[in-house]
Design a protein around this ligand. Structure first.
Ligand code: 0R9
Length: 642
């Protein structure tokens, strides 16, 4: 088949019939990842992605999403409308083919139609298969076409013309109700989840308007359209920071069908925030697009600094870390055939992208620095200061290492280590306060469980440069206990514990300490978080006693669920649990530490971006956003449990 033809002109024969929809219903997880809330929302993304593709092709300017009263969802675009003619291979209309044949849509036939697409990117037929019913309307050639599917995606009738419309009116409208027999949690859509991702899609697709309505609530709607695209995204992210220059760097280019867009602005903070995307999907593990841009950033700043005598000689070269201090940067790559790799398949692997991204960014950034000498000066000066701090941090780190070796007695006075030296069965509890620490030491299994009590709050690494962080005693204890080292010395194979468990109270202070620790882990030990070693202990909130039975429950919902299972005549007592520090060793073991009874929540980087936003909102310099966040999140403690 002629590839060009497929790229430029939809060719019905590129649709391949691979499997039946029955396979999707049998093993939904294989197609949408999970049947929990994330999978439910994934259905919307699949349909929205198709509309975004039409926008990327240049035909659609407004996408509307509506959560209907019956919890069905409608997605509407004003593109060309899905083609309606009979498809030569299936003998059905193209619309029906798209909705009933798995992997239809061109992408899996080796064609190049689809550019956007979720991680699973399997399209409209999967949504149909997992819906109670689905209706599609196509406005094309002055006609309104309609078809409805039900009972696992079967067409009730063929595609029919049900009305006429204005010749200029074109587009596709899809409405579906998820099948409640498939989705395990609930089929209720969450407005905020949809709204957040739609806003992100609007940022990533300059000029595209995306509107979300919630018909379950009167007049509830949000509408996003960013003429500035990524520049406005950076501006929004930097609202919680103090930018050090006004003009936001904005670079875009296209080569070999690969398009690269980058926006960036530096702020006063010390931490980099770099978010990269491929075909509108976030790539938390980075990849070749990110590597190319970062490499060019380092080269261009070094070259500029040398040429302008800001750096005296090459020996003082600025590192990647130096030039990224305080940067907020969004990288968006659009690629017709992306290959993903890495642990969570979110790392771009295409090697040709590195050079393309590097070249496009280099050219654009060099020009920016030449045309904006004031901006160039503050940016380079910040990187030079960061370089000096890096050398100071190195000295502090060497000190930590020496102390780790020499001052063992002092350090191990704090850490009650476990007897086992086998990391695969060992765990460390980082405990809030000395008194909870004391109970934990008595209540633990000393063979496998180590306890590190924290006195007071640890330093906020979001606000401090590394050299200061490394002179903080609590942080030093943590680094020494983990055994991995940090920065260039970091080696995950030296991690002394398989599980790192944060044990704090379920109150505001507890969640503050948890966020401080997560910030530290996020900044200093990211691979440990990525590898799934970090957990939060979940002490129960209530204890229910009836007869001789004692039942601990985590929250109100579990309490109510349990009480509903009791015989109505049963007499019971419900008590709110005390804080960790007030529990005795036995209680603490029973409720929070015993591996057979406790509940742990694994901390992941799945939503690194949101976590990072929370970190800087709560930890950054600006008081406004922090107050706003706390006010918006009355259930503060639970909101930080991602
Ligand atoms: C509401 C959600 N929108 C969609 O699902 C949607 C799919 C789609 C589309 C085309 C246009 N708009 C769309 N909206 C389209 C049209 C044409 C060529 N390619 C794509 C054309 O008019 O020539 N399609 C997505 C897949 C297909 N169409 C196809 F496989 F049927 F071609």
């Amino acid at each position: 088949m002629n590839e060009e033809k497929v790229l430029n002109n939809y060719d019905s024969s590129s649709i391949q019939v691979l499997e039946g929809l029955e396979a999707v219903r049998k093993r939904p997880g294989m197609y949408i990842g999970t049947t929990s809330a994330a999978g439910l929302h994934h259905l919307v993304w699949e349909i929205v992605d198709n509309a975004i593709d039409e926008a990327l092709a240049g035909y659609c300017s407004h996408i509307e999403v509506t959560i209907n009263k019956d919890n069905s969802v409608t997605v509407k675009d004003d593109g060309r409308g899905i083609p309606t003619e009979i498809h030569p291979k299936t003998g059905k209309s193209t619309v029906e083919t798209v909705y009933t044949v798995l992997h239809a849509g061109g992408k899996f036939g080796g064609g190049g139609y689809k550019v956007s697409g979720g991680l699973h990117g399997v399209g409209a037929s999967v949504v149909n298969a997992l819906s109670d019913w689905l209706e599609v309307k196509v406005y094309r050639d002055g006609k309104v076409y309609y078809q409805r599917y039900s009972n696992g995606g079967h067409a009730e009738d063929e595609l029919k013309v049900i009305d006429t419309c204005d010749k200029d009116r074109t587009g596709t409208t899809v409405t579906f109700l998820p099948d409640d027999g498939i989705f395990t949690e609930s089929i209720v859509f969450d407005f905020d989840t949809l709204s957040k991702r739609l806003r992100q899609l609007a940022f990533l697709n300059k000029g595209l308007r995306i509107t979300l309505y919630d018909d379950r609530v009167a007049d509830k709607k949000v509408s996003y359209c960013y003429e500035g695209g990524l520049t406005e995204y950076v501006e929004m992210l930097n609202k919680t920071e103090k930018p050090i220059h006004e003009t936001i760097v904005d670079i875009a280019g296209k080569e070999k069908d690969i398009s690269i867009e980058v926006s960036l602005q530096y702020n006063e903070s010390f931490n980099p925030r770099v978010y990269s995307f491929v075909n509108n999907i976030i790539t938390p593990e980075g990849g070749t697009h990110e590597e190319g841009v970062k490499r060019a950033l380092t080269q261009v700043i070094n070259k500029y600094a040398l040429n302008n005598n800001l750096l005296k000689d090459k020996d003082q070269s600025l590192s990647g870390e130096d030039v990224q201090e305080g940067i907020t940067m969004i990288i968006s790559c659009k690629h017709p055939n992306p290959q993903f790799e890495g642990q969570t398949k979110t790392k771009l692997g295409n090697s040709e992208v590195r050079a393309v991204a590097s070249k496009i960014f280099s050219d654009g950034f060099e020009r920016f620095l030449l045309e904006h000498p004031n901006e160039a000066r503050v940016v380079v000066e910040k990187a030079i200061t960061a370089g000096r701090a890096r050398l100071a941090a190195k000295k502090a780190r060497e000190l930590t290492r020496r102390q780790g070796d020499l001052d063992v007695t002092k350090f191990f006075g704090k850490l009650s280590d476990c007897k086992s030296k086998d990391a695969s069965i060992s765990e460390i509890f980082i405990v809030e306060g000395d008194s909870a620490g004391g109970s934990a030491i008595k209540g633990r299994d000393s063979m496998t469980q180590a306890i590190l009590p924290l006195r007071g709050k640890i330093l906020n690494v979001e606000k401090a440069r590394k050299d200061r962080a490394l002179s903080n005693e609590e942080i030093r204890s943590i680094i020494t206990a983990f055994g991995t080292g940090i920065d260039d010395d970091f080696d995950i194979n030296k991690l002394r514990y398989n599980k790192i468990i944060i044990m704090t109270d379920a109150d505001v202070d507890g969640s503050h300490i948890r966020v401080l620790l997560l910030t530290l882990f996020y900044r200093f030990f990211r691979p440990i978080v990525e590898a799934g070693h970090v957990y939060a202990a979940q002490p129960p909130l209530f204890v229910i006693k009836h007869g001789k039975t004692i039942k601990y429950v985590l929250n109100e919902a579990e309490r109510d669920e349990y009480l509903a299972t009791l015989n109505p005549n049963t007499k019971y007592d419900v008590m709110r649990m005390k804080g960790l520090g007030e529990m005795d060793a036995e209680e603490l073991n029973e409720t929070t530490m015993d591996i057979n009874k406790r509940v742990l929540r694994q901390i992941t980087l799945e939503d690194a971006m949101e976590a990072d936003e929370i970190f800087s909102k709560l930890m950054g310099d600006e008081v406004g956003p922090r107050r706003e966040f706390i006010e918006e999140n009355a259930t503060f403690a639970t909101n930080l449990d991602y």
